[in-house]
Design a protein around this ligand. Structure first.
Ligand code: C2E
Ligand code: MG
Ligand code: MG
Ligand code: MG
Length: 289
């Protein structure tokens, strides 16, 4: 019986592995075709001035409208794309699309674009950025590239010259998910970031009694201010969290309390009002009349 069971579970195990590999291959294939099939779209989540309640810009967040599976979140497919050359293909599309859509937004609204480490370290990356700016007509200072500290760990990349090339173009650089990973202060000493985005994990439970998160956020905000960098707190969902972020002096707020990510048309509609005020209860618009 034991032998039988063993053989049975072996067969089951192999079958499961094969299925996983097959699923994966199919997913990679579907991902590859998704750009040409027009299955990706960018949603935009407002970045809001913490003191002013006005929209400063938005972060572009990719969504995959899969013909059978529906909307798939980037947390599911970006890691797979990152393991292959697909991320450059997808990343190029994201940059081009975000620049073209943001070029239609009024005023100085900024667009923040997430850049994968592999894409960032690609030799052609600065040229890709320059092309996206030139063909869309978007002013460089309205484009903010969000990178995580993993770019410093990526192999064979000359990050210092990469940063210089991008600063020469005039784009803004944001350090995303700060506080997770190694969070080495050495990166802040040398890399020309314009902004630090405080990771959502510090916001979770920030208003719980005895939480140390508030002290850590305050220290990050102090550090950023001393280095002349802006700050954004991500993942703000409650009024308590918002009040704390304001008291600490965080520059910008991003989170469901103001708005979930919305499609390009909805964002453009909101942005059409010259002064886009937004309330913590949701994306209600107030005109300055
Ligand atoms: P991220 O860059 O840190 O983006 C913030 C994530 O937090 C987004 O998830 C956003 O929808 C979510 N979020 C914002 N406010 C709240 C809130 O109040 N509560 C909660 N629970 N979540 C909130 P999303 O869109 O699922 O994206 C996940 C990650 O996928 C992003 O994290 C980013 O690392 C990656 N990603 C998204 N779009 C792109 C892209 O175009 N290119 C690349 N390379 N990565 C992308
Ligand atoms: Mg981001
Ligand atoms: Mg983040
Ligand atoms: Mg994140």
């Amino acid at each position: 019986a034991a032998k039988h069971k063993g053989r049975g579970s072996f067969r089951f195990f192999t079958g499961e592995l094969l299925t996983a590999a097959e699923d994966r291959r199919q997913l990679e294939e579907a991902l590859h075709d998704a750009v040409t099939r027009g299955e990706f779209e960018l949603h935009y989540q407002p970045l809001v001035g913490a003191q002013s309640d006005t929209v400063i810009g938005a972060e572009a967040l990719i969504r995959w409208n899969h013909p059978e599976k529906g909307m798939i979140s980037p947390a599911q497919f970006i890691p797979i794309a990152e393991e292959s050359a697909l991320i450059r293909h997808i990343g190029d599309w994201v940059l081009r699309t975000a620049c073209h859509e943001a070029a239609r937004w009024p005023g100085n609204l900024k667009v923040a674009v997430n850049i994968s480490p592999t894409h960032f370290c690609d030799a052609a990356f600065p040229a890709t950025v320059a092309n996206a700016l030139a063909s869309s007509g978007l002013a460089p200072e309205r484009l903010e590239l969000e990178i995580t500290e993993s770019v410093f760990l990526a192999d064979g990349s000359d990050t210092a010259s990469r940063f210089r090339a991008l600063k020469t173009l005039g784009v803004r650089l944001a350090l995303d998910d700060f506080g997770t990973g190694y969070s080495s202060l050495a990166y802040l000493r040398t890399a020309p970031f314009d902004k630090i985005k405080i990771d959502q994990s510090f916001v979770r439970g920030v208003s719980d009694p005895g939480s140390r998160n508030g002290a850590i956020i305050a220290a990050i905000v102090g550090l950023a201010a001393a280095l002349g960098m802006d700050t954004t707190a991500e993942g703000i969902e409650t009024h308590d969290q918002l009040e704390l972020m304001r008291a600490i002096g965080v520059g910008q707020i991003q989170g469901y309390i103001y708005s979930r990510p919305m499609n390009a048309a909805a964002f453009l509609e909101g942005a059409g009002h010259s002064e886009w005020g937004i309330t913590p209860e949701g994306p209600a618009r107030q005109r300055n009349e």
